[in-house]
Unconditional design. Structure first.
Length: 414
């Protein structure tokens, strides 16, 4: 296990540096590291070394550590979502957010019928269709925020709209994923009432008890720097959501959303927790995902379907983001840029896909096809932004582009 961690971290570190010089987000290098360490490359060119390094008996431990990292990561994702700010921007971002999730979701529903016919005929039709729709609709909120920060667009109209839309898409996507998980894990047609009751009780307890408790823990953390109480609540919430019939990651995400967002609590907590998660635990998740991804499973016909999946994903997500931005009165360049930002899937998409594989919704071949889609759609974001927003346009956008005020209307330019 220790040798596995050394190899994984070393390769992730090297590829993060290389990818960074190419203008791509670090998550691309980590995804590639996971694919290179899996059967698609390392297991193909050196099968005996691969079998010696990734002994089957060690994989459950690798998965367990990666799941701990994912729980904490989803808590951090929720922590970054300020629902108050999103609500204040609702009039400015509503049409864009709705189109950026409705169009790809609908496209995924349409595509799911053909995919299920040859790739997952034993999977129940409705959960499979909904899951494909969710997979097409996800936006990688953390990756998008990092791209905006790196390009100095965070405080522009484009930055405000993309953050609000991505946050809305992720909340909607995770809610729908929770519903799909409940359908798969039980005979939902017969137990819909009991499942819904348990879920409502869980959410009510989190709102009535969890929120004030998290506020008290946040104050305790600000005074002492002790984060153990917060992590206890996060893990309890994750267990409770899993017990309620939805995935454990939903509980961690909800705990993050309910945490206090005022003051410096979120930033201070992230500065303590995030380095360990980003540099150690998440790379383990990428490697485990790479082990589960086998490009050798794809026949020529499946490669063709992979291209179809990528095309539908790009058309749905970019088309929805572009249409919504155009309706909001953004320029052609900004509309294309917003569509490209909404098309960024990255790590959050991989989390969703792993949930689908664990639940048996996706077959290994279909899982591989969607992993390649997540990689392709994330890879194309930076080149498209470089094309539609060259450096001169970025400087102008940061300096003089109109902002979006809290009422959702454009603030007058300086």
């Amino acid at each position: 296990m220790l040798v596995q961690i050394v190899v994984i971290l070393a390769l992730c570190r090297a590829l993060r540096v290389i990818i960074g010089h190419l203008g791509q987000p670090a998550v691309i290098g980590e995804i590639l590291a996971g694919l290179l360490l899996g059967p698609s490359f390392f297991g193909w060119i050196a099968p005996s070394w691969y079998a010696h390094l990734f002994v089957p008996a060690s994989l459950p431990l690798l998965n367990a550590l990666s799941q701990v990292g994912l729980v904490i990561f989803m808590f951090l994702v929720g922590l970054r979502l300020d629902l108050t700010e999103i609500y204040s921007l609702r009039s400015a971002a509503s049409s864009t957010a709705l189109l950026s999730i409705i169009l790809p979701f609908s496209a995924g529903i349409v595509l799911s019928r053909e995919l299920r016919a040859f790739a997952a005929p034993s999977t129940p039709g409705l959960p499979f269709a909904l899951f494909i729709g969710v997979s097409m609709s996800i936006t990688a909120f953390p990756v998008l925020a990092r791209i905006l920060s790196d390009r100095g667009l965070t405080q522009t109209r484009l930055g405000h709209l993309s953050i609000a839309c991505a946050a809305f898409d992720d909340v909607t996507g995770w809610t729908m994923l929770a519903c799909v998980t409940a359908m798969i894990r039980s005979d939902w047609t017969a137990q819909l009432g009991s499942t819904a009751a348990i879920l409502l009780i869980y959410v009510a307890v989190m709102l009535l008890v969890g929120r004030p408790l998290l506020k008290w823990c946040a104050d305790h953390f600000d005074r002492t720097g002790d984060l153990s109480l917060i992590l206890i609540i996060v893990f309890v919430s994750s267990w409770a959501s899993d017990y309620a019939g939805i995935h454990a990651l939903f509980g961690a995400f909800l705990a993050g959303v309910l945490c206090p967002h005022a003051g410096k609590f979120g930033k201070n907590l992230a500065s303590v927790v995030e380095p360990l998660v980003i540099t150690v635990l998440l790379p383990l998740f990428f490697s485990y995902t790479g082990i589960r991804t086998n490009i050798g499973l794809l026949s020529p016909s499946l490669w063709l379907w992979t291209l179809v999946i990528i095309a539908v994903a790009v058309a749905g997500k970019m088309g929805g983001g572009f249409s919504g931005a155009a309706l909001m009165g953004l320029s052609l360049r900004e509309s294309v840029a917003l569509g490209a930002l909404m098309n960024t899937r990255g790590l959050v998409e991989l989390v969703v896909l792993n949930v689908g594989l664990d639940l048996g919704i996706l077959t290994p071949a279909l899982f591989t096809m969607f992993v390649l889609m997540a990689l392709a759609t994330t890879l194309m974001t930076s080149p498209i932004l470089n094309w539609v927003l060259p450096q001169s346009a970025l400087i102008h956008a940061a300096a003089s582009a109109p902002d979006v005020d809290k009422a959702g209307s454009e603030a007058p330019p300086d």
